[in-house]
Design a protein around this ligand. Structure first.
Ligand SMILES: [Zn+2]
Length: 95
């Protein structure tokens, strides 16, 4: 993720924290360790892991396509990966 995207994501998550934290409005937000903050921290870690796994997927899809001439999708971002999952999900619920 680019630094601007990380900052944007942190601001978004801080808004979620502000809107849901039991302590936020009591001026205890610095270093807050509430369940909302812990959940958001877990979410950030999962997002980071997902991003790394998409990079790996793309790398191996590319290698395998070169090896066997296949046409595996090479995802350029987590967003592309998620969009593909949503598409597959909606296709399977249609049938
Ligand atoms: Zn909090």
């Amino acid at each position: 993720m680019k630094i601007e995207e990380i900052i944007k994501r942190c601001v978004e998550l801080e808004m979620v924290h502000a809107n849901n934290c039991p302590a936020y409005n009591k001026g205890e937000m610095t270093g807050c360790n509430c369940y909302v903050q812990m959940t958001l921290n877990n979410l950030l870690e999962i997002e980071e892991a997902l991003e790394k796994s998409v990079v790996l997927q793309s790398h191996y899809a590319d290698l395998l396509n070169m090896h066997d001439g296949g046409e595996r999708i090479i995802f350029k971002s987590v967003e592309e990966w998620m969009n593909r999952l949503k598409k597959l999900r909606s296709e399977s619920s249609d049938s």
